[in-house]
Design a protein. Structure first.
Length: 297
């Protein structure tokens, strides 16, 4: 007669499961608290920023807004104060090799003409960058298709703060002081990094950040923090490709909820008047650079 070995029923360790669930809930609560802290900093800076009439921010403005600014190395992506790096630009050699394959200049001249207003010339420069990212000769793959970045139009909810004051109501109209039309996002939600292309009617200043550059960082951070998938990130790095006339620089920033400030870095200003393909390749290396840095701790 066969004998059967008695087997024990699997034990459900209820206490462990509850502890794990409690820990998950606590983590979610802490993430939400951190996100709300960052929201509060965004709100506080916006309240002051909207009262400043000048397109550039003075040292006194930076103190009032609690903005800490340092330099940014264009070739490496490293801030000059040694703090966390968030974009590692691709090598310009790699960009040049890709451009030799795609040849976007065959059907797309660099600039369409010389315009009277700085914002029109800036829009021309940004249009050139977008064409170089998205257009290739014949059936060749474009530069953007070789990366995990994607371009899209700026959504209303990313800029809605700009419409709450009558002074900025027409900021996206034909007589805009500045405008963002294109945002660069990663194709997945694993990293919170985001970039935007800014055309500004106020000329760039080596010594000063612009009002518009800070608006971009704040508005896009505000939008990001509304999405639950980014609540686990303490830092939302925003990179602004900032352009006025035929001049361009990179401004990068994030809102530091712990310290109650906005941390910004700005690069030297590039002159793209002469359609320098070397400089354009350098800017493209930032548009589709590698996202790096610890954004959670």
């Amino acid at each position: 007669m066969p004998t059967y070995k008695k087997t024990e029923s699997p034990r459900v360790v209820t206490g462990d499961l509850v502890d794990a669930q409690d820990q998950k809930t606590q983590t979610m609560d802490l993430n939400l608290i951190a996100a709300k802290r960052t929201w509060n900093v965004v709100r506080d800076i916006l309240r002051i920023l909207v009262t400043l009439p000048d397109p550039h921010l003075t040292d006194e403005d930076l103190k009032r807004l609690n903005i800490k600014c340092t330099g940014l190395d264009l070739s490496t992506g490293k801030p000059t104060d040694g703090s966390e790096m968030f974009i590692r630009p691709l090598s310009t050699t790699r960009i040049h090799e890709a451009l030799q394959r795609t040849k976007p200049w065959v059907d797309n001249p660099l600039y369409s003409g010389r315009w009277s207003s700085p914002i029109s010339n800036a829009t021309d420069v940004l249009g050139c960058l977008i064409r170089y990212l998205h257009h290739g000769e014949a059936d060749r793959l474009d530069l953007m298709s070789e990366t995990d970045w994607n371009t899209r139009h700026m959504e209303y909810s990313e800029g809605e703060q700009l419409f709450r004051s009558g002074k900025f109501r027409n900021i996206y109209g034909h007589h805009a002081e500045w405008a963002v039309e294109t945002v660069l996002d990663k194709m997945d939600d694993s990293t919170p990094h985001v970039s935007c292309l800014l055309a500004d009617n106020a000329l760039l200043s080596d010594d000063q950040l612009s009002n518009a550059e800070i608006w971009c960082i704040l508005a896009i951070t505000n939008r990001r923090l509304r999405l639950p998938e980014y609540h686990s990130h303490r830092i939302i790095p925003v990179t602004v490709i900032s352009t006025s006339d035929r001049k361009l620089r990179i401004v990068q920033g994030y809102v530091d909820g712990r310290e109650g400030c906005l941390r910004a870095r700005k690069s030297p200003i590039l002159d793209l008047e002469n359609e320098d393909i070397q400089l354009i390749a350098l800017v493209l290396s930032w548009c589709i650079g590698e996202t790096v840095g610890d954004t959670k701790n």
